[in-house]
Write a protein that binds this ligand. Structure first.
Ligand code: SF4
Length: 351
């Protein structure tokens, strides 16, 4: 039996029952693909369900406020995905009358949609023969067909893409793509793949050559940068009501349009550990409210960075005018914040 048929038979029997597999609606397929980038299925599924419930159609998502979209996304990380999701919904609504474009090139042009997502939507929703490439596909096919070059190199990806395309079932490209991804995700896993019961173990290059642990090869990883951030958490009680200062992130970084606190970032090698309370006087423009406590260190991992954060809580019984955003403490849950800030707020029972 050839590779493609064997793979499709395996998929028919073993595919997981996932909500976005019940539809070919490009809006839902696109939503699931964006949510599942850099996110595990068990973590992403509740977000998919929340988005479909809040925005049943692409027009609903297009009409939403970006603030609400970011809030619903909170906890998933990589917030540019949510901003792009919203922007693309608006493009599809404005330029395509609310109907997702049906050609690969038009899909690929939409914001936040790369080669992988365009191929997934084109094949699953429009039966177009574009092979998907993600980490699961690269690992499975490089083991199966004995690709020994580093899979980080564009030339290697191209080679594997050609193998995927050559083996594609052109009558059923959507199922073929999903089958390759599913096999990589559930059988040909990075650690402890299920080789002994694998349907390909007689034809698999890596298994036959006792080199499953050596394929795929990777180039050495970029080094992780450590950053040390000291956050100022200033609460104010005014006329019996509690407020807290937030900082809206306007720059073009990954947390754009989210809220955090005013902060001091340590210069490498200096001020990486605890700061004296007086160091915050400049952020508070020399008003010196009462210093209450400093948190333990919170560590937060990003793709190439490791953030080490502490939160310094100050409190004032009178209004302090600062160039940040003063919000009602009881309404802080309405503001989209990065996961790092959310972890602190939950622990301090501010939300
Ligand atoms: S035999 Fe092992 S390495 Fe080869 S395809 Fe199957 S699970 Fe992957």
């Amino acid at each position: 039996m050839n590779f493609t048929l064997q793979l499709l038979l395996w998929y028919g029997k073993n595919k997981r029952n996932l909500p976005w597999r019940l539809t070919k609606d490009p809006y839902r397929v696109w939503l699931s693909e964006i949510i599942l980038q850099q996110t595990r299925i068990d973590q992403g599924t509740p977000y998919y369900e929340k988005f479909v419930a809040a925005y049943p159609t692409i027009e609903d998502l297009a009409a939403a406020d970006e603030h609400d979209v970011l809030k619903l996304w909170q906890g998933l990380g990589y917030y540019s995905r949510a901003r792009n999701l919203h922007a693309t919904a608006q493009t599809v609504s404005r330029d395509y009358g609310g109907n997702f474009p049906g050609g690969y090139d038009d899909i690929r042009k939409l914001k936040g949609i790369g080669d992988y997502t365009a191929a997934a939507i084109a094949s699953i929703c429009f039966d177009l023969p574009h092979a998907v490439m993600d980490g699961n596909v690269l690992r499975f096919l490089s083991r199966m067909f004995g690709i020994l070059d580093s899979i980080d190199l564009p030339a290697t990806k191209k080679k594997i893409q050609a193998i995927a395309t050559e083996n594609m079932d052109h009558l059923n490209p959507g199922d073929y793509n999903q089958a390759v991804m599913e096999f990589g995700a559930t059988v040909c896993t990075p650690a402890n793949p299920g080789c002994n019961s694998c349907v390909f173990n007689k034809s698999c290059f890596a298994f036959s050559n006792n080199s499953v642990g050596k394929i795929p090869k990777r180039s050495p990883r970029a080094t992780i940068r450590n950053r040390f951030i000291h956050y100022l958490v200033l609460t104010v009680t005014h006329k019996g009501t509690d407020f807290i200062y937030l900082n809206k992130r306007e720059g073009s970084d990954i947390w754009k349009n989210l809220y955090d606190f005013p902060s001091i970032e340590a210069v490498p090698g200096k001020k990486e550990h605890l700061l004296p309370a007086a160091d915050f006087s400049e952020l508070m423009q020399s008003s010196m409210p009462e210093f209450l406590e400093v948190s333990g260190q919170y560590v937060h991992l990003l793709t190439h960075q490791k953030l080490h954060a502490r939160f310094y809580h100050f409190h004032s019984d009178k209004m302090v005018e600062l160039p940040y955003i003063l919000v009602l403490l009881k309404e802080i849950h309405k503001y989209p914040v990065p996961r790092l800030i959310d972890r602190y707020l939950v622990k301090m029972q501010h939300v």
